[in-house]
Design a protein around this ligand. Structure first.
Ligand code: SF4
Length: 59
């Protein structure tokens, strides 16, 4: 499972960082996604909460 992020679409609502902080993180000022940081089910749930549609799951 891979999650991609579209920087231009992101509205910086922060839902992903709040929902799965071990997956969606800001490191050294850069947004990173660690798909190993939480169970797939949780990641799918968090992605579904993104209000802008900036996150896409690729299986
Ligand atoms: S939840 Fe979506 S819109 Fe909000 S910061 Fe994350 S990717 Fe961006």
């Amino acid at each position: 499972m891979k999650v991609t992020w579209d920087q231009n679409t992101c509205s910086h609502a922060g839902k992903c960082v709040q929902g799965s902080p071990s997956v969606f993180k800001v490191e050294d000022g850069k947004f990173v996604i660690d798909e190993t940081g939480a169970p797939e089910e949780e990641i799918r749930n968090t992605v579904s909460q993104c209000p802008s549609g900036a996150l896409t799951i690729e299986d």
